[in-house]
Ligand binder design. Structure first.
Ligand SMILES: [Zn+2]
Ligand SMILES: [Zn+2]
Length: 269
């Protein structure tokens, strides 16, 4: 049965929480017709009290589920989920670095290609070789890693990726070479870039070798105080990569991870 609604009736219905689609069906109108009618007469939709700050507080500080937030706001859970996708809220925790990130697919486990890469490297003591344990290995014994550079699918050898990720960019014509003669190794401390035998100096002159990243003293870059600071920051909820970025840019983030987990020893006092 068609019901006659006045502008005031529609306003009251909206304020009482009735959904526009419901009102439209009672009026025998389409949702589109109702919404242009509302627009014409300046009738506002019920204001949704949803913002990124509010949602982050509810979910990350107060630990509420999306369902609970939706119930609190008296909206559909789809509304909350759509908002999360639209503003790319960081709902997921990277399995490698522990930082929060927004997974666009629910199968994504890592916040970045870098974390996906290091997940497949067995990062042992800082002065040992770090073998690639991923699937793709060439006949020459190099691991190969695929990722999107911009939107272009790219594959490079794992040592090359490791060097670029941990130390910095290298030129297209340059290669990475191992000082340990172990092709599967991805330890940045065992890698050097260039196309000639004596290019180590070259490399470091261009600022590509992180200070202190020399073979041998790698494991002693972290003092007891450093280690305690790392643990403290981690306990406050910072991921390994964030801790690296903010305070320990000279230490690889997997090294920070190992110090926090207590699997390596710090510099002797
Ligand atoms: Zn990560
Ligand atoms: Zn090595």
């Amino acid at each position: 049965m068609e019901v006659k609604y006045t502008i005031e009736d529609i306003k009251t219905a909206i304020d009482s929480g009735m959904k526009p689609v419901e009102i439209a069906s009672r009026l025998g109108k389409s949702k589109g017709a109702l919404s242009s009618f509302m627009k014409r007469h300046g009738i506002q939709r019920k204001k949704l009290n949803l913002s990124v700050d509010f949602l982050e507080d509810q979910i990350f500080v107060q630990g509420k589920s999306q369902k609970e937030v939706a119930a609190k706001l008296d909206v559909n859970i789809t509304t909350v989920n759509r908002f999360i996708v639209k503003y790319r809220l960081k709902m997921d925790v990277c399995q490698k670095c522990g930082d929060r990130f927004h997974a666009s697919k629910n199968t994504m486990k890592w916040c970045s290609d870098s974390c996906r890469f290091w997940n497949y490297v067995n990062t042992r003591e800082d002065d040992e070789c770090w073998p690639w344990v991923g699937k793709n290995v060439t006949e020459e014994g190099y691991g190969r890693f695929s990722f999107n550079k911009g939107n272009k699918p790219t594959t490079m050898t794992c040592p090359r990726y490791a060097h670029i990720d941990a130390v910095g960019p290298i030129l297209d014509e340059e290669d990475t070479r191992h000082t340990c003669d172990n092709p599967i190794c991805c330890n940045p401390a065992h890698l050097t870039c260039g196309s000639h035998g004596d290019n180590m100096r070259d490399c470091s002159e261009r600022g590509r070798i992180v200070p202190g990243r020399k073979k041998g003293d790698e494991r002693y870059k972290v003092t007891k105080a450093d280690m305690e600071k790392m643990k403290e920051l981690y306990s406050k909820g910072l991921g390994y990569k964030t801790i690296q970025k903010l305070h320990f840019s000279h230490v690889h983030f997997t090294t920070i991870q190992r110090h926090i987990k207590g699997t390596v020893s710090h510099k002797p006092e």
